[in-house]
Structure formats: structure tokens, C-alpha cells
Design a protein around this ligand. Sequence first.
Ligand SMILES: Nc1nc2c(ncn2[C@@H]2O[C@H](COP(=O)(O)OP(=O)(O)OP(=O)(O)O)[C@@H](O)[C@H]2O)c(=O)[nH]1
Ligand SMILES: [Mg+2]
Length: 297
Amino acid sequence: MSFKSAFIALIGLPNTGKSTLINKIFNKKIAIVSNKPQTTRNSIRGILNHDDYQLVFIDTPGIHDPQDEFGRFLNRESYSNIEGADILYFFIDASKPMRKRQIELLERIEKEYPEIPLFGIVNKIDLIKKPELVPILLHLSQLAEFDELIPISALENENIDTLLDLTLNYAPEGPAFFSDLDEVDYTLSFQISEIIREKILFLTKEELPHHTGVVIESIEKNDKEWVVYAKIIVSKESHKPILVGKQGSMIKKIRLLAQKELRSTLNKKIDLELFVSVEKDWRNNPRDLKELGYIDD
Ligand SMILES: Nc1nc2c(ncn2[C@@H]2O[C@H](COP(=O)(O)OP(=O)(O)OP(=O)(O)O)[C@@H](O)[C@H]2O)c(=O)[nH]1
Ligand SMILES: [Mg+2]
């Protein structure tokens, strides 16, 4: 059998389960997940290697109505992955009614990229009753010409084997684009900053998580342990006391949860040092967006 390779872009509204699926495919945390929209902020590649194929899954930020420069960056980041993709996974949350924005996005993708195989991924079917699925699939098949419409539960690992089999049917013959030793294409600093951000998303609410960014300032490595210095950026003075908490209780929780996960994931004794900095309105400031790694020079 000849070798196949494909880039598969996971596209959809925020909170539809794109990152959850990628983690399930790899059976480990490739991308952070939260119950809040706009969790993913970068394109994250997971590289699935096999003797006969290499599939590169690209997780992307959920497409939304941008309110600021950073929001526009997130959407650009998602759209930029569609163009080079061999297969598109368009995510739909089966437990929510179809929204106008979702239909518009679908129409746009179909119109602009008619040549790319389009999979409708109807996720979260664990949240609905079986008979409710048929009308959803029917409605979707009327909205667009999907090459495949696949109901799954990323959380409960339902139908994911079928999804991967179907994906291979559409994968073109081609060479591997990454070393078969790589599973992700991001740096250690990125991985650490995302784990810290995930704990912030988990522990804080309302606008704070969306106005928080993490920069790894340095990682001091010696034989016994690593000390990681990370700066948490918020966009208003009023965010700081919330993030720090009463007598530092919130920042301590964030630090301990992140440190625990870093120690087990990286299998190292890691000490995490966090400090908080206010960068006013960073979501609209190119210098801050650059420091946070969201835009290039
Ligand atoms: N019940 C159920 N929940 C799910 C499923 N897949 C994802 N979720 C939940 O949906 C929420 C959002 O999941 P994410 O994977 O972060 O969603 P996303 O599409 O990557 O979101 P953004 O990064 O914001 O675009 C989390 O609370 C997940 O646990 C599923 O199959 N069933
Ligand atoms: Mg995500």
C-alpha cells in the first residue's frame, strides 16, 4: 500500500469540542479544553504517525464575532488553516440549536473551498436522545453538501474510529511532512503557558479568562529541578485583585494546579513561580500581542 498524508483542519464555532476531539484521537492532552468559549488561541498541530500514513490534525480557535484586534487575530488564525487543508472537519454541537452565524460560516466555507472534502462533525451526541439526531442530520444535509456527516461524542469516545477510517479514505497519497517522532509542533514554553492558562480558565469566570494571557519568562534547568517563571497578563487594574484572590488564595490555587500537572506531564520536579502584570487593553495592543506570541514581527 502506498503512503498517505493529509492535513485536517478542525473548524467551527467556539466550544463545539474541537480540542476535545484532538485529545481523544491522541489519547493525551494535545490542546487545552474548557467549558468557556474561545479557549484555543493558536493553531495546534497533532501529528498522527502510522506505517502507512501521517495525519496532521490542526486544532483552531473557534470562529466568532470579533470585538477587538485579538478577536480578529483568532478568526484569521482559523481561516488560514482552511486553505491548505486536505480535509475539513466542520464542528456542530448537537445539543444546541443551529445558529445563524454557524449557517453563514458553513455557506462561506462551501462557497470558497468547494474542492476540499467537507466532513460535518456532529459532536456531543451523548447529550441528546437518539431520535433527536435524525432531524439534525437531515437539516444539515439540506444546508450543505457534506462529503460525510458523522455523529460523534468526543467526550465519550463514540464513533471516533469510524471518523478516522473515513478520514483515511479521503487522505491523498503523499509524503510525511513531519518527522515520525513528533506528535506536536509546539515548544515547551507554549505547552507550559497553555497548562497555566487552562487552570486560569478553570478557576476564574466572566471576562477575566478572556483577558488573561501567559508569557513564560524563563525556565532555569538544573539536574534536580526546573524553575519556571511565568508572567500572567491581565488587561485591567480591576482584574488583578480577582486573579490574586484574598491573601493570594486564587493565584496559589492556579500555581499549585498547574505545577502538579506540569510535574506529571513533563515527569520532572518543577517549581512554578507566577507573577501578575497589568498591560492595559492588551487585546488591542500589537506590542503585547507580539509578546504573548499571537502575532509575528
Ligand atoms: N457532553 C459532551 N461535552 C463535550 C463533548 N466534546 C466536548 N465537550 C465539552 O465542551 C466544552 C468545550 O470543549 P472544547 O474542546 O474546549 O471546545 P473547542 O471547540 O475546542 O472550543 P474553542 O477552543 O473555544 O473553540 C468542554 O467543556 C468539553 O468538555 C462531547 O462529546 N460531549
Ligand atoms: Mg479549542
